[in-house]
Design a protein around this ligand. Structure first.
Ligand code: LR7
Ligand code: MN
Length: 582
């Protein structure tokens, strides 16, 4: 028997309501024992059945393609709450094995209903929205997959069918990107053939997500294309806002809010607060941002669309006609990565808008780590940079010198497309769409590795232990590696030493009374303790304290660090920038 511990997040009132409902059902003699439907490895669940969320017809809502089968209230993760199985021995081994293979706890996913409900995680105002269903465009939902686990894939499909109004859903197109797992062959085809509106097409070689999606788009009949990843769950009402916005403005590409589904507990972690928008850093890594004030002022209500410089990539809706007009995707991109920024730049520069709709929520399982090789991402990003970033691509190459050497194929056709559509330049994009992004100056001789003269071969190095919190840690010295990233610094005309490969950017600071160099977040007006004077002979002086930055052996432990000290005119106080060589 499975031992299980389910942490339920159930408000008291609701629990009492549920108990009352249970009692009622029992009284009416409706108690039943059933076999819960589930993924591979069906689990027997004995419980009294009652709908977790009673289906009360709501005005203005439309029936979904499929209605959700009843679900035992004590079914695992039945409402999107976290589940932690208490396992031992063989069962524990199987769970670990599933995590190794998929980087997602598929052992648990297989035991959670494919028809589970999700907690309400949208702004309550969204519930009041009314839609003119007859006049909204229909959509084809396109889901490309490569070696996905059975239960996460099927839960995605059921979730679409069980949340999308029948009248709005043309079809669901699954594109198998040449998977080699047994369960995705006959068995999947059989399973899907029983579902309404679902089609399965298969690539005859590994295409990568870009061409796999395009394969789906090429057979789509809907007026709107809606792309999803193959491990998603849709929140109630997710589709209508996307379609309405595109109906209103054909050149709007609209993303849902992406809620997190925990890879280990399958908890649905969304919130009804203000969603975040997309950006990027100068390594061309996608980043999340809070909505800037200038944008908030343009919103007519908290549930108005929010314009976003970039998208995460997997989840969005676009008019099929407009997608084709824009040049769909760059088919020279392989496997994974880069296409999201490329498409984002293209949308904005060529006259469209990229938006997030706060009322559309879709959950996505973020795996523990990448389950397959993503080495093509570099070449894909270079293609994006080469076609869309004009001279600003140099800022990227400075920070990722390996990118400059990466073979990226031929982009002539994409450049032609840019000319044909008379797209705006990247400067316009930066100034108009993403003014929050600091544009580095990268003055010759003032960026790259910051090397010490006395301690030969050592460079400033900053390696924050946590990607999500960039500030607060000490800057150290390590052997120069020439690969940019943690050893990339820029000395600006504002006299800051910026660590500007990531977002938010950090600047070297000295806290009062201390001699270590610590990263603080950069500010628009440079605080005094973040100002450094780099003299012509390489001496680096902290302006506020007038002390020199010196390469010093660390007192505790091994290694070296830059420390403030009295100036002694020694080589260990001299620093010079070197552009990275790869
Ligand atoms: O070779 C492949 N063939 C495929 O069909 C590789 C992938 N795929 C499929 C895959 O099965 C999945 O359905 O393509 C989809 C995306 O791949 P994931 O889920 O491995 O990617 P991801 O979720 O880690 O990555 C995000 O960035 C990618 C950049 O190329 C894509 O744009 C993904 O769609 C995108 N996912 C999201 O935006 C969901 C939210 C993540 C965030 C932030
Ligand atoms: Mn994904």
């Amino acid at each position: 028997m499975l031992g299980r511990a389910v942490r339920r997040r159930c408000p008291r009132g609701l629990r009492r309501g549920r108990e009352a409902l249970l009692a009622l059902l029992a009284l009416a003699g409706l108690g039943a024992v059933l076999r819960a439907r589930s993924g591979s490895g069906t689990v027997e669940t004995r419980a009294t059945v009652h709908p977790v969320t009673p289906r009360t017809p709501r005005l203005g809502r439309r029936e979904p393609v499929l209605s959700r089968p009843p679900l035992a209230a004590n079914a695992l993760g039945a409402q999107g709450e976290a589940v932690r199985l208490q396992l031992q021995g063989e069962e524990l081994r199987l769970q670990e094995e599933s995590v190794k293979l998929h980087q997602i706890n598929i052992y648990l996913s297989d035991r959670i209903s494919l028809h589970r409900r999700l907690p309400e995680r949208w702004n309550p105002l969204c519930r009041e929205e009314k839609y003119d269903y007859e006049n909204l465009p229909k959509t084809s939902v396109i889901i490309a997959f490569y070696n996905e686990a059975w239960s996460t894939l099927l839960r995605t499909v059921y979730s679409v069918l069980e949340t999308s109004p029948d009248i709005l859903l043309e079809e669901v197109i699954l594109v198998d990107d040449y998977s080699d797992r047994e369960h995705l062959k006959e068995r999947l085809a059989n399973e899907l053939s029983r579902l309404p509106k679902v089609r399965l097409i298969r690539a005859s070689k590994r295409e990568g997500l870009v061409r796999a999606r395009l394969l789906g788009a090429s057979v789509a009949k809907g007026e709107v294309l809606t792309f999803l990843d193959c491990h998603c769950e849709c929140h109630e009402g997710w589709l209508e806002p996307l379609l309405r916005r595109i109906h209103e403005k054909e050149s709007a590409v609209v993303c849902p809010v992406i809620d997190v589904i925990d890879w280990n507990t399958f908890e649905y972690l969304g919130n009804s607060g203000e969603p975040q928008i997309g950006g990027f850093d100068w390594r061309l890594v996608f980043t999340w941002h809070v909505v800037p004030q200038r944008e908030r002022e343009l919103m007519r209500s908290p549930i108005d669309v929010i314009r976003s410089p970039t998208m995460a990539g997997g989840l969005f809706a676009v008019s099929k006609r407009y997608f084709e007009y824009l040049g769909s995707y760059d088919t020279g991109m392989e496997v994974w990565g880069g296409e999201n920024l490329e498409f984002s730049f293209r949308i904005w520069q060529c006259g469209g808008t990229l938006e997030t709709h706060p009322c559309s929520h879709v959950g996505h399982v973020f795996p523990k780590q990448a389950p397959y090789s993503r080495s093509k991402a570099l070449a894909n990003s270079v293609r994006a940079a080469e076609v869309w970033m004009d001279e600003f691509k140099e800022l990227y190459y400075h920070r990722n010198p390996r990118a400059r050497l990466e073979p990226f194929g031929d982009v002539t056709e994409r450049k032609k497309l840019r000319t044909k559509l008379q797209c705006k330049d990247f400067r316009w994009f930066l100034e108009t769409v993403y003014p929050e992004l600091h544009v580095p100056e990268d003055r010759p001789g003032f960026f790259g590795m910051f090397q010490n003269k006395g301690l030969r071969g050592y460079c400033l190095d900053y390696n924050p232990p946590n990607e999500n919190q960039i500030d607060g840690h000490q800057v150290l010295l390590y052997l120069c590696h020439g690969m940019g990233q943690n050893q990339f610094f820029e000395y600006t005309s504002q006299k800051e030493i910026r660590y500007n490969t990531r977002q938010p950017e950090a600047c070297i600071a000295v806290e009062e009374g201390k001699d270590v160099l610590i990263m603080h977040l950069c500010r628009d007006t440079v605080p005094e303790n973040q100002e450094f004077i780099l003299h012509e002979d390489g001496t680096l002086v902290h302006k506020q304290t007038r002390k020199c930055v010196k390469a010093t052996k660390k007192e505790l432990g091994h290694g070296f660090a830059p420390l403030l000290g009295e100036c002694t005119n020694s080589d260990s106080e001299r620093w010079f920038f070197k552009e990275h060589v790869s």
